[in-house]
Design a protein around this ligand. Structure first.
Ligand code: SF4
Length: 391
């Protein structure tokens, strides 16, 4: 097979060797979000197209990362089509149902949940529900305050209910922590994936943040959980907040970030580089790169946000959803979006970041003002993602 170098590859200097022309470099594929380190010798061969002179093992890695791609491939169309197919698969094989947490003293309404799921399944084309397990994503936007004692009852109901087609459940919980709610990681036996997103406000005091994180850490480490939970912590950081973080808080972040099922993401409106540097120096692992796959929770989250009884300012969720680097907020590659992207003079189709970003169908101007924040610091984010010090 004849190969070519993908146009969706960034060559990034390693910060510590920035001024050394013969030093190794990082290669970052915006198609797959994968990073590798490469010597200047092999990089030169790659850029010259001398692929036959590269070791077989390296070629295999480059193919896997989609840095080398088939020569005849029309890359942009391929990526858009692939994401459209994935989106269609996900749409046809799964649905998201917002859960309504009962108020204090109320019973959870199983009848209404059963009706919601049954109606949604009944509306599916038969081809979608034959031969596969259908996936129902239960989306719980945690109100403030919330009672958690109804969850075991929901778990028991999900285990006993016989849906009309083979169905598996995912629980997707979103909570805002401003120090005023106790965060419980739901322990459900009936779900195949239990994902908890927690957004930590920058207004929270370091001591309150430390105890909230320590509680989550204990729950993550507690033995015997039926379905391993995945915790995605999102920290909104104000200007220089991290300089006020106590050693206890930094230690807790370091330990938490080292857990297999924990992903931490830090978002700041300020200069990111000092925060990136602080985290790498303190060995806090953090996620700075958007996932190359695109998820479809946003509409259901926005539905949930319409509710007036959530008890906190829904602006916080809007803020989070506006951050395109966050997996939960991604909503790209539906057919409508792609049509609009194709029919405009948007620069997105020719953009190096398109596979990660998904494009902005209504992008009006050249320049980066209306691009997602992550593209402005992508090189530094890639270096941080590779665990390298930025200075
Ligand atoms: S919105 Fe910006 S970063 Fe995203 S594809 Fe368009 S031009 Fe590129």
């Amino acid at each position: 097979m004849k190969l070519k170098l993908s146009k969706y590859v960034m060559v990034i200097p390693i910060p510590a060797f920035r001024d050394k022309p013969d030093a190794d470099r990082l290669l970052f594929s915006t198609r797959t979000g994968k990073i590798m380190r490469i010597s200047s010798h092999f990089l030169a061969l790659l850029q010259e197209g001398a692929f036959l002179q590269l070791p077989d093992k390296l070629v295999a890695i480059l193919l896997n990362m989609e840095i080398l791609v088939p020569d005849e491939e029309a890359e942009t169309d391929f990526i858009i089509t692939r994401n459209l197919v994935r989106a269609a698969d996900e749409r046809d094989q799964s649905l998201t149902i917002p859960l309504r947490a009962p108020a204090k003293g109320e019973e959870f309404c199983y009848t209404s949940l059963q009706q919601d799921i049954t109606q949604a399944l009944a509306a599916m084309p038969p081809s979608s529900v034959k031969g596969f397990k259908y996936t129902v994503r239960l989306l719980l936007v945690v109100p403030h305050p919330m009672e958690w004692d109804w969850l075991p009852g929901l778990d028991a109901w999900l285990r006993s209910w016989q849906p009309p087609v083979k169905t598996q459940f995912i629980l997707q919980t979103l909570a805002i922590n401003e120090g005023c709610i106790e965060l419980i990681i739901p322990r459900l036996q009936s779900v195949i994936l239990n994902k908890l997103y927690v957004v930590f406000s920058h207004t929270q005091q370091p001591s309150g943040l430390t105890s909230a994180l320590q509680s989550l850490l204990q729950q993550m480490q507690a033995p015997g959980g039926p379905t391993p939970a995945i915790l995605h912590g999102v920290f909104l950081a104000g200007a220089g907040d991290w300089e006020r973080w106590t050693p206890d808080l930094v230690d807790t972040l370091r330990v938490l970030s080292a857990q297999r099922n924990v992903h931490l993401e830090f978002i700041t409106e300020e200069q990111e580089e000092p925060l990136l540097h602080f985290l790498t120096v303190n060995q806090v692992k953090s996620n700075w790169l958007p996932a190359p796959q695109h998820r479809y929770y946003r509409a259901a989250m926005e539905d949930s946000m319409q509710r007036t009884d959530l008890g906190w300012d829904a602006e916080d969720i809007r803020y989070m959803l506006s951050r395109a680097s966050l997996e939960a907020g991604r909503v790209y590659y539906d057919t409508d979006h792609v049509k609009r992207l194709s029919n405009t003079t948007s620069p997105c189709r020719d953009c190096l970041y398109l596979p990660l970003c998904g494009g902005h169908a209504d992008k009006l101007a050249m320049g980066i003002e209306d691009c997602p924040l992550f593209v402005r610091q992508l090189s530094a984010r890639v270096a941080a993602g590779a665990g390298l010090s930025l200075r």
